[in-house]
Design a protein around this ligand. Structure first.
Ligand code: AMP
Length: 363
């Protein structure tokens, strides 16, 4: 089967790496000529809304998918004529806008922080009056890795936050004093079959994911059930096909949904070594109409993102059970350029390995 993918970043590269053993072939579209996926498969270099480039991408494709949700939603429509596009267009549109994301959670009865749309300073003042402080002001679109966010702690922050972000559509959210951040990775096939990975515990610094631990330690099975229930509602409402990640805040027994990604997700990279079937393979199985693979974990895993600067490969690989993934990207502050996964047979060894890897990878 020929798979066309919008976006040629590291997620696309890892999709191709997972798909080649299944005999799949890939073609990517990305405006960046040095995209990580382009080292592995044909790459059409053009903006996402270039109709000729989209036609070239989709020529001969059996299915179209994406590894990046900020492609213009109209593109999925244009491509839909030539081959099926999964995940569905509606998921893309919802995930592109934090307001529609929160409204979707609300409509499905999924708990989330209180929120309000903000388009003016007056809206912001009113929203702060209702939601209270602390609160987080975020751009509705194109925010990722903590970019386009401002935490308001005192009244004087209202004007500061507006100066920093005002002028584009915004959303104010109540600040959640969470105990920890988790994510649920789910996959739904073309016949409606659904599978879930175990909850993942995520640690961020400066809004960027640094470490994921899977399965999330000390997790009550009821929390897993709750997370699966949340993901299932979204999957079924959208008649979803493919991998879906939902980021969650844990407060005691409660889970609040923060955001969703209609694609493979950074907090699922551990599944390459740490699960029977990786999120990348399962996403491809789903969009290609193949049976889903087991999502069972293989022992205990941790994933550390390599951000900005490369650690010495030999030092990382000297750590037993460590697996190094480099994306072929140049070093640049704040940029995700690789990750390390460590997979072990028991949680104590995982802790030891993490202690060895943390100074090497996270600095
Ligand atoms: P996001 O881009 O929405 O994933 O936000 C990036 C990070 O900011 C999250 O992983 C949280 O650590 C933090 N954050 C986002 N929204 C909230 C919130 N409403 N309350 C507290 N922390 C938040």
């Amino acid at each position: 089967m020929n798979v066309a993918i919008l976006g040629g970043g590291q997620l696309g590269r890892m999709l191709a790496l997972a798909g080649y053993p299944l005999g799949l072939r890939f073609r990517f579209l990305d405006p960046n000529p040095d995209s990580p996926a382009g080292h592995l498969a044909p790459l059409v270099v053009a903006p996402y809304n270039d109709p000729d480039a989209l036609a070239e991408l989709a020529a001969g494709a059996d299915v179209v998918t994406y590894e990046f949700e900020n492609v213009p939603a109209s593109v999925a429509d244009t491509l839909g004529g030539s081959a099926p596009v999964f995940p569905p267009h509606a998921a893309l549109e919802i995930a592109q806008d934090r307001l529609s994301e929160k409204q979707t959670f609300q409509a499905l009865g999924i708990p989330a922080a209180p929120f309000a749309a903000v388009d003016s300073l007056a809206d912001l003042e009113k929203a702060v009056g209702t939601i209270g402080l602390p609160a987080v002001l975020k751009t509705r679109r194109l925010g990722y890795d903590g970019k386009g966010q401002f935490v308001l702690r005192e009244d004087a922050d209202v004007a500061r936050a507006w100066d920093a972000l005002g002028g584009v559509p915004l959303i104010l959210e109540g600040f959640v004093a969470f105990e920890r951040e988790l994510s649920i990775l789910a996959v739904r096939g073309r016949k409606g079959e659904v599978a879930f990975y175990p909850l993942v515990e995520n640690h961020h610094r400066d809004g960027i994911l640094r470490v994921s631990i899977a399965p999330a330690p000390d997790t009550d099975p009821r929390l897993q059930e709750r997370a699966e229930h949340i993901a299932r509602r979204v999957l079924e409402r959208l008649d979803y096909v493919g991998g879906l990640a939902i980021e969650l805040f844990q407060l005691g027994d409660e889970l609040l949904a923060n955001e969703m990604a209609p694609r493979v997700h950074n907090s699922g990279h551990w599944t390459i070594e740490g699960a029977e079937t990786s999120q990348f393979e399962n996403h491809l199985r789903a969009v290609c109409g193949l049976p889903l693979g087991s999502t069972a974990p293989r022992g205990w895993s941790a994933m550390l993102n390599i951000i900005g600067t490369l650690p010495p490969s030999d030092a990382v690989l000297e750590v037993p059970d460590a697996h190094l993934h480099l994306y072929g990207k140049a070093e640049r502050p704040g940029r995700k350029i690789g990750h390390v996964t460590v997979r072990t047979d028991d949680p104590e060894t995982l802790r030891d390995r993490l202690e060895m890897l943390t100074p090497l990878v996270l600095g």
